[in-house]
Design a protein around this ligand. Structure first.
Ligand SMILES: [Zn+2]
Ligand SMILES: [Zn+2]
Length: 166
């Protein structure tokens, strides 16, 4: 989906609104997938400074908990606004995905916003205890070897200390 930003700046008298649904199931995301389509609304209207763009979308990330590997399905709401001034169209460092003809790649913009919205580290819960290093089970699932786990290294260190002292 491409929006002709330059043309809209010149002739866009009435506000523009479009709904979209983008399939990012084959796209590359850092550490998670977006298997369900990302649906939302893209709007543009002329203001004295240029074009006021509003983007709203809902994205669902699928991942494994970074600590215990349990499946994580999180929903993120994207709500962004941008103001594009006429001079931005010829600015090579302009942050929005705009080509030399003044066409805005809305799908690429949504993709960038999904990456921005989803945290780098996804957890099944903020206080996930992770996996037990002894039995390999999720600690939240009721592993019983946690006390031994904590006591053992201290004992080992203590016995080395005793050997050194004797
Ligand atoms: Zn977890
Ligand atoms: Zn355990």
């Amino acid at each position: 989906m491409r929006f002709h930003l330059q043309k809209f700046l010149e002739t866009g008298k009435t506000p523009y609104t479009a709904t979209f649904s983008f399939d990012f199931s084959q796209a590359d995301f850092p550490g998670y997938q977006v298997n369900e389509p990302v649906a939302g609304t893209f709007s543009a209207e002329l203001i004295p400074e240029g074009v006021h763009i509003t983007l709203q979308a809902v994205a669902k990330a699928d991942a494994e908990c970074a600590r215990c590997l349990a499946p994580v399905h999180e929903t993120y709401t994207i709500a962004q606004e941008y103001i594009v001034r006429p001079r931005d169209l010829s600015d090579e460092d302009f942050e929005l995905p705009l080509d030399e003809k003044g066409l805005l790649d809305v799908e690429e913009l949504v993709y960038q916003e999904v990456i921005f919205a989803v945290p780098r580290v996804l957890l099944c819960s903020p206080d996930c205890l992770g996996l037990c290093p002894i039995c390999g089970k999720r600690k939240a699932a009721g592993c019983t070897c946690q006390p031994a786990d904590e006591a053992a290294p201290a004992d080992a260190r203590l016995s080395i200390l005793k050997q050194l002292l004797s």
